[in-house]
Ligand binder design. Sequence first.
Ligand code: SF4
Ligand code: SF4
Length: 82
Amino acid sequence: ALLITDECINCDVCEPECPNGAIYQGEEIYEINPDLCTECVGHYDVSQCVEVCPVDCIIIDPDNEETREQLQAKYEKITSES
Ligand code: SF4
Ligand code: SF4
């Protein structure tokens, strides 16, 4: 999963771009739900939030590093539940 750092300026452009609805307004900055972020695997070749963020504050979450296979499995789990 990806992580939004405290450099986030709350511009709100990433939230509507997420195909998994994983981005939400947190208490101070926007946040990513690691249970929903597939790093866009299953939807796009590149992470949509990273593509649009004007300040490049979205990074790989060091506490939630996943393989492509794990991300694909998460995508399949999410889509089978919805
Ligand atoms: Fe959503 Fe993709 Fe960004 Fe993850 S990488 S938060 S799935 S837009
Ligand atoms: Fe924050 Fe970047 Fe999302 Fe804007 S696009 S809300 S700066 S993470």
